[in-house]
Ligand binder design. Structure first.
Ligand code: GTP
Length: 207
């Protein structure tokens, strides 16, 4: 795990991890990067760089593990800087905290509104702390429905119990970012062809 800026790596994707306080954003990120669950995490904002093989290709990326503001009025806030930075988003809630699910719902709305102008951005919704079934407040169906309704992927995991869940979440998001990029390139190519054709034919018509 490396703090950004310490060495120069080509970064292909920026992944922003969002969600309310105490839902396990750092646990998910650290689990993925180190395979370990350490239980207590320093509540500071961190950006890490990393690389893994996705679809047989080496992929460099940065992960911004955000900190939710203490002020409840600002908890749903996703800043313009974060939105500009992110190519893909992981929205984490705790399955035993209804309020954290509401925060995800609102953060999702804000991402969808603001990213619309710049093209779509892949989002994965993660219900964490699956090991705490006896304290569950949000059913799997509710989480899945939110995801289906907003064109997101959805996973329920326990960062405390397994490494596999965090691995699947990050892999899936990186694949979606890649697909999203190639789709936008294709669209830009088609738009370019249409523009050139209408320039040619448009000019002919006025001659
Ligand atoms: N039981 C259980 N506890 C978890 C799990 N993931 C994280 N925790 C615990 O939840 C608490 C909060 O985890 P963090 O990773 O610090 O949560 P965070 O969202 O980064 O919190 P902030 O930095 O305050 O925004 C810690 O005590 C973790 O040990 C999980 O899957 N199961």
């Amino acid at each position: 795990m490396t703090e950004i800026g310490q060495h120069q790596q080509k970064v292909e994707a920026n992944i922003l991890v969002l969600g309310a306080e105490n839902v396990g954003k750092s646990a998910l990120t650290v689990r993925f990067l180190t395979r370990r669950f350490i239980g207590e995490y320093v509540g500071t904002e961190s950006i890490y760089t990393h690389n893994i093989m996705v679809d047989g290709r080496e992929t460099f990326f940065s992960i911004w593990d955000s900190v939710c503001p203490q002020n409840p009025n600002l908890q749903t806030c996703v800043t313009d800087e974060q939105l500009r930075w992110g190519d893909g988003f992981i929205l984490v809630y705790s399955i035993c905290d209804r309020e954290s699910f509401n925060v995800v719902r609102q953060q999702l709305q804000r991402i969808r509104q603001l990213k619309k102008r710049q093209g779509s951005a892949p989002v994965i919704i993660v219900g964490n702390k699956r090991d705490l079934q006896h304290r569950r407040e949000i059913s799997s169906e509710e989480g899945r429905l939110l995801a289906i309704g907003s064109d997101c992927d959805f996973f329920e995991i326990s960062a405390a119990e397994t490494y596999h869940g965090s691995l699947v979440v990050f892999h899936q998001l990186l694949e979606s970012v890649r697909e999203n990029r190639s789709a936008s390139k294709k669209n830009a190519g088609i738009k370019g062809i249409v523009r050139s054709m209408s320039a040619v034919f448009g000019r002919k018509r006025t001659e």
